[in-house]
Design a protein around this ligand. Structure first.
Ligand SMILES: Cc1ncc(C[n+]2csc(CCOP(=O)(O)OP(=O)(O)O)c2C)c(N)n1
Ligand SMILES: [Mg+2]
Length: 328
């Protein structure tokens, strides 16, 4: 906590809060029938914002996955950008409304486009790491993934390749205990994803993913090492997926309400809020002002996005296919 200024700590809290309120609004928009799909970062805010602050934001490369709303907001996406995606609007920055929501692509923040098959992003991150090494610059790549998806071959191949070639890639695994309905112990026979590192020859650490500063420190250590030529690192951040997998999932069929309630006691937003209050950084009026500001930003974002134009049908294929193809 000491190495970050009080202003930075408050900025981190603000980003987590803004993500939470944006996310909650998405759920109500879905239940009101105003959007088709939402995949939530609730419970992941500490992991994602802690990791973002360990980077040189805007310079380092980020290869995220669909659950990374808080990470993306920390990299400069706005709630309005996000809402445009939820509503499939023309001016949505990632794909002009062509992709599913939460399939981020933000060139200005060095966030590269993500696809839907889980773990397909990992080889892209390794490739970026190789490009950085060949060019000899000092950027790093942060790539994220869920713990369930580390069962995929793509992930092992990417980590293995990065270890062999000592690439500046940090593999952050957001371990929220579930892959949709599948529990952790059905995905792996080791207690922590960090243990997978020892068979692949890179350092692996496990951090409390509900503690934003613990994640910041773990990712910062891996980022600093990667930047100074020390090769890739694996960081597991353990948290809990407080919501169902997505707006299409009913988690009552595979986990008890008691379990969910119990885990809400380690809600990362409330834990960090309590820490800042204890430190005297978050008096009641300041918290209220932040809450009001977040709600206003989110409300305006939703209204403005709903009023924004839809894509033209005639534009559907652009820029998906080449406009002019030489004939013969
Ligand atoms: C290759 C592939 N298989 C299956 C799916 C369907 N799918 C989407 S998300 C998901 C679960 C991923 O769980 P995890 O990696 O733990 O991430 P979380 O959603 O919990 O953050 C699955 C199986 C997919 N998108 N791609
Ligand atoms: Mg998971």
């Amino acid at each position: 906590m000491d190495e970050l200024s009080n202003d930075t700590l408050l900025e981190i809290f603000w980003t987590m809060l803004l993500s939470r309120r944006t996310d909650e609004r998405a759920w109500t928009l879905h239940r009101q029938g105003r959007i088709a799909f939402h995949v939530s970062a609730i419970g992941h805010e500490a992991t994602q914002v802690g990791a973002a602050y360990a980077l040189r934001r805007g310079e380092d490369w980020v290869v995220p996955y669909y659950r990374d709303l808080a990470l993306i907001l920390a990299l400069g996406f706005t709630p309005y950008d996000f809402m445009l995606g939820l509503m499939g609007r023309r001016d949505e920055p990632s794909s002009g409304g062509r992709q599913m929501p939460s399939h981020w692509s933000i060139p200005r923040a060095h966030v590269i486009s993500t696809g839907s098959p889980v773990a397909a992003q990992s080889p892209h991150a390794a490739g970026l790491g190789l490009a950085i090494k060949l060019r000899g610059d000092d950027r790093v790549v942060l790539t994220t993934i869920g713990e369930g998806s580390t069962s995929q071959g793509d992930w092992y191949e990417a980590v293995n390749f990065s270890a062999i070639h000592q690439l500046p890639v940090v593999f952050l695994v957001e371990n929220n205990q579930y892959a949709i309905s599948e529990r952790l112990d059905k995905q792996m026979h080791v207690p922590s994803v960090a243990e997978k590192a020892c068979g692949l020859g890179l350092p692996g650490v496990s951090a409390d993913g509900t503690d934003v500063l613990a994640v910041y420190q773990a990712v910062k250590a891996a980022v600093d090492r990667a930047r100074s030529g020390g090769g890739p690192g694996l960081v597991e951040a353990r948290s809990y997926r407080i919501t169902p997998h997505s707006s299409d999932d009913d988690d009552r069929s595979y986990r008890s309400r008691e379990e969910v309630e119990q885990n809400k006691k380690s809600d990362p937003l409330l834990l960090f809020q309590a820490r800042l209050e204890e430190k005297g950084l978050l008096p009641k009026e300041k918290l209220r002002e932040m809450e009001d500001r977040a709600r206003q930003i989110v409300e305006e974002a939703a209204k403005k996005a709903e009023a924004a134009p839809l894509p033209e049908a005639a534009d559907a294929l652009h820029p998906v296919y080449a406009e002019e193809v030489a004939n013969g």
